[in-house]
Design a protein around this ligand. Structure first.
Ligand code: FES
Length: 107
């Protein structure tokens, strides 16, 4: 069973603006709100560990790393543009009672 950690009130997430959140288990995740859906990816770019939340959304589900421009699909973690060649870890998300919860466990 997935262990969900309390992340942030949904109202604190702005549509299309990546946001870094530290979970109670010390994982740092990058949350992305797209309309009424929320996605969570590792906040460290798979290319050189730069914070993904410092990047920006360049399409509905595409986040671009601010350091070297790698792009990832926030739904799957898939690399869409180099120089990254490893996907971003993604985490399950649920929204309950106006709060965003993130699943998975710390590595
Ligand atoms: S650190 Fe993200 S593209 Fe290089």
């Amino acid at each position: 069973m997935t262990d969900f950690q309390k992340a942030i009130p949904l109202d604190n997430l702005r549509d299309g603006i990546p946001q870094s959140v530290i979970l109670p288990d010390d994982r740092r995740v990058c949350l992305v709100r797209v309309g009424d859906r929320v996605f969570a990816v590792d906040d460290r770019c798979s290319h050189a560990d730069f914070p993904m939340a410092d990047g920006e959304m360049v399409d509905d589900f595409v986040v671009e790393c601010a350091l070297h421009g790698a792009q990832f699909d926030v739904r799957t973690g898939e690399v869409l543009e180099p120089p990254a060649d490893e996907p971003l870890p993604i985490f399950e998300v649920k929204v309950d009672g106006g709060t965003v919860w993130v699943g998975g466990t710390a590595p």
